[in-house]
Design a protein around this ligand. Structure first.
Ligand SMILES: Cc1cc2nc3c(=O)[nH]c(=O)nc-3n(C[C@H](O)[C@H](O)[C@H](O)COP(=O)(O)OP(=O)(O)OC[C@H]3O[C@@H](n4cnc5c(N)ncnc54)[C@H](O)[C@@H]3O)c2cc1C
Length: 400
């Protein structure tokens, strides 16, 4: 037998201390954030979610309430009126909103994680001081426009042009599927400032709602998240001063990819919330509904669905919390964010689908939230990089 090193007392002590740092409980602060968010979502969102979804109405009246609680400036520095919380708090809040309503979940996720985050991380002090206090309180919502009609997964293939004319930038192009696009006070727009330089020719700009030439059109008829605002943006000779540039010229795309790393954690959290909401409803229904003289939860076919759901949702949560822990420790987390997003969104879709199955015919009508959850969760496999794109990212890291 080879001479393996013996476990000395010191090594055992070291291992015990390592295990002791693997804490699977939320801290009292994070528990308090979760409880507040859950209570708020149940009282202020859940009773209205069906009506908002049916009417495809963006609930503007909810925004000041979200702002008052700090849910619209979760990671914005307190200096600018934000809550200055960590990534885990952000994920928890998105999860709790999504548990009852994917539309509010995607609104909170994209406002915090895309538009506001891009400005907070890369904008000049002038722009940060101008926009962050408004975004943190919910006076304004933030949007973020990367996708175009012809470029989604191949985001660097965008065609929106930013040309320098005298002292100004002039933007022309079209953006597609932009969350908060028609209700945002400010939108970070990615545009080609230096054609021929590939992704290094892309620059970001802050475009305020109401700027001449900036015309959003709300998109109707979405499969899910119908109460969220999704818009197509037309930019026609939109003139901007150079001070509206966000970050260094030519670094817009590189910054955007960093923004998406964090954004992917929030889409994973949104999926988890929808999965948890559907699971909770399915458990309740399985105990109440009787067939063949028994609660349907007595049947093994349904028990296995619930057991699988619980197992997969727990695994998704651990992957999300791992990505949060790495982000909050200032360590690289792009791969872990992609893994969390891929897994959570696929698992949550399965859980929501089985929750509809457990509800039988009643799961197919919108009187029960599982119908809406199944529609809402679908976007988690598409937005901020499809499942196929996440697999590409993960495979690229594996293979080098
Ligand atoms: C509700 C909603 C909200 C959104 N919000 C925003 C927002 O706020 N800001 C924003 O910029 N964008 C937003 N998006 C856009 C979203 O990020 C894109 O839809 C997504 O990145 C996919 O792009 P696409 O729709 O052009 O699909 P495509 O890129 O055309 O993909 C079509 C299919 O081809 C597959 N595919 C493409 N390339 C490959 C490849 N190399 N290998 C394998 N498969 C591939 C895809 O996975 C997909 O299945 C939103 C989308 C939706 C639906």
């Amino acid at each position: 037998m080879p001479n393996y090193p013996r476990l000395t007392d010191r090594m055992v002590l070291f291992m015990i201390s390592f295990v002791a740092t693997m804490d699977f409980e939320l801290s009292p602060t994070h528990r308090a954030i979760r409880d507040t968010a859950r209570e708020f979502a149940r009282a202020e969102i859940a009773p209205h979610a069906q009506a908002w979804s049916r009417a495809e109405r963006f609930p503007v009246e909810l925004i000041p309430k979200l702002g008052d609680l700090g849910f619209l400036g979760i990671q914005i520095d307190p200096e600018y009126g934000g809550a200055g919380l960590d990534t885990l708090a952000y994920a928890i809040i998105v999860e709790e909103m999504s548990r009852v309503d994917g539309s509010v979940g995607i609104t909170v996720a994209s406002h915090n994680g895309l538009g506001s985050s891009h400005l907070a991380n890369f904008a000049s002090e002038t722009l940060r001081a101008r926009y962050l206090p408004k975004l943190a309180t919910g006076e304004w919502l933030g949007a973020w426009a990367l996708t175009e009609p012809g470029s989604g997964s191949d985001a660097a293939g965008l065609l929106t042009r930013a040309e320098r004319r005298n002292e100004r930038w002039v933007l022309n192009g079209t953006k597609m599927f932009i969350t908060q696009g028609s209700v945002a006070g400010v939108c970070v727009v990615l545009a080609l400032s230096e054609p021929g330089f590939g992704h290094r020719g892309i620059t970001a700009f802050a475009v305020e709602g109401g700027t001449p030439g900036f015309a959003p059109t709300k998109l109707e008829g979405k499969l899910g998240c119908r109460a969220s605002d999704t818009a197509e943006l037309a930019l026609t000779d939109v003139e901007l001063l150079d001070e509206q540039r966000v970050g260094v010229e030519g670094e817009g795309f590189i910054n955007a990819m960093q923004i998406l790393d964090k954004g992917r954690i929030s889409i994973a959290a949104m999926a988890l919330g929808l999965g948890e909401g559907a699971f909770e409803a399915a458990v309740r229904y399985a105990k109440e509904r009787k067939q063949f003289g028994h609660p349907i939860g007595d049947f093994q076919g349904l028990q296995w669905m619930l057991a699988d759901a619980r197992t997969e949702l727990d695994a998704a949560r651990l992957l999300i919390y791992r990505a949060c822990a790495l982000a909050d420790a200032g360590k690289p987390y792009a791969q872990e964010a992609s893994i969390a997003k891929l897994y959570a969104s696929e698992v949550a879709h399965r859980v929501c689908d089985n929750a509809v199955q457990i509800h039988g015919g009643y799961g197919y009508i919108d009187d029960f939230p599982v119908e809406r959850h199944l529609r809402d969760v679908r976007v988690c496999r598409i937005g901020e990089g499809t499942s196929e794109v996440q697999r590409r990212i993960i495979a690229r890291t594996i293979l080098g």
